[in-house]
Design a binder for this molecule. Structure first.
Ligand SMILES: NC(=O)C1=CN([C@@H]2O[C@H](COP(=O)(O)OP(=O)(O)OC[C@H]3O[C@@H](n4cnc5c(N)ncnc54)[C@H](OP(=O)(O)O)[C@@H]3O)[C@@H](O)[C@H]2O)C=CC1
Ligand SMILES: N[C@@H](CC(=O)OP(=O)(O)O)C(=O)O
Length: 338
């Protein structure tokens, strides 16, 4: 078993990590960290468990520690669910101390030597781990994308052979994306908020890095543009995207491309049977009905129309955050980087 820790274990994403790791076949939960407010208490006493899954009782007695290099010294790998302003330096310090870091935070995603990985889309970008090692890092940092970006990338990857140049996307994002204390009820009830700070910029840049080409030394951005408009809607979990792509091929051809899209792996514990699931019903996908497909790891695509226009949906704290990071760690382990 690989000893793992979760940084920011009490938060919205941290709890998802704990849920996914409690019974993991390869990873043993060794350390749970949070802020000084929570440190020193048993996880079961300090966490306000808010997931739609039972609390894993076997984890309840683990003592929460402060988020320091010392706290994770017995870990081979840590998962980071820290706020970005905290993550920047502590993730680098932990990697420098020889521990692998799989991070959800945006801090290092666009660093040219840090892989921004989605296993089904750009597993080869993990080669940047060797670049980090060549630069003297004992451990390494691997990141997963923003929660809306990953839904877009999973929906675009099957269309790669159509050589599109222009992607436009409008998002309808769940309130859990803002963290437990991120969006107030007064702001979101009976409302839509047409602004999520930096979200559009992240979708427009991260997508190009993930779908770019890696030559063994660096990643060249993909040769298309993304234009995004992001909106917060009163949904608890699940980000929905309306997408327009300049693909002129008939809808049947596009559906065939989706139907034949497979993961390049078959041995990763958290990978879904279908990375992308297609709907023909005119009113699907919907967040309440479809976000938990493939244990929250499947991206659903529907309303595929000429043009090309479609709707994509993914679970933002599972496929969009903790699940994405755990799947990256499984890939890293299976590729013997640990
Ligand atoms: N929610 C989502 O859908 C997504 C979130 N992310 C990213 O994941 C990260 C976590 O987000 P989320 O879980 O929503 O945030 P939350 O606010 O829900 O949780 C934050 C966590 O970090 C801890 N923390 C806060 N301040 C400090 C500090 N000064 N030192 C150490 N630990 C601290 C908190 O501990 P305590 O309980 O003690 O305060 C808590 O465990 C962010 O970077 C976010 O941008 C990425 C993709 C999707
Ligand atoms: N901004 C996203 C969640 C998030 O934290 O994204 P990022 O990890 O890119 O900062 C949302 O609100 O839905």
């Amino acid at each position: 078993m690989i000893n793992v820790g979760v940084l920011g274990a009490t938060g919205a994403v941290g709890q998802r990590f704990v849920q996914l790791l409690a019974d993991h076949p390869w990873f043993h939960l060794e350390a749970l960290t949070a802020s000084e407010r929570s440190a020193g208490k048993k996880f079961g006493n300090v966490v306000n468990w808010r997931l739609d899954a039972p609390f894993p009782e076997s984890i309840g007695d683990i003592a929460v520690t402060p988020t320091t290099v010392e706290s994770v010294k017995n870990c081979d790998l840590v998962f980071s669910a820290l706020p970005a302003d905290i993550a920047t330096s502590i993730e680098a310090d932990i990697a420098a101390a020889g521990v692998a870091v799989c991070s959800n935070a945006r801090s290092h995603r666009m660093d040219p030597i840090v892989p921004l990985v989605v296993p089904e889309v750009n597993p080869d970008h993990l080669g940047l781990i060797d670049v980090q090692r060549d630069r003297g890092r004992d451990g390494f940092i691997v990141t997963n994308p923003n929660c809306s970006t990953i839904v877009l990338v999973m929906a675009l990857a099957p269309l790669r052979s159509f050589a599109f140049r222009d992607v436009r996307v409008a998002t309808m994002q769940a309130i859990s994306g803002g963290g437990f204390s991120g969006v107030s009820a007064m702001d979101i009830y009976d409302n839509v908020v047409p602004y999520i700070g930096s979200e559009e910029e992240k979708m427009e840049t991260e997508t190009l890095k993930i779908m770019g080409t890696f030559d063994g030394a660096e990643v060249q951005d993909a040769p298309f543009s993304v234009s995004a408009s992001c909106h917060r809607v009163p949904v608890v979990d699940g980000h929905t995207l309306a997408v327009w792509v300049d693909v002129e091929n008939p809808v049947d051809e596009v559906k065939k491309a989706y139907a034949s899209f497979k993961s390049p792996f078959s041995n990763l514990p958290l990978q879904p049977a279908k990375p992308v699931e297609i709907f023909d019903q005119p009113d699907r996908p919907q967040p309440r009905l479809d976000r938990n497909r493939g244990r929250g790891m499947t991206v659903s695509v529907g309303r595929i129309r000429e043009g090309l226009r479609f709707v994509a949906l993914g679970h933002n704290t599972i496929r969009g955050a903790a699940g994405a990071s755990v799947l990256n760690a499984e890939l890293i382990y299976s590729k013997k980087y640990l």
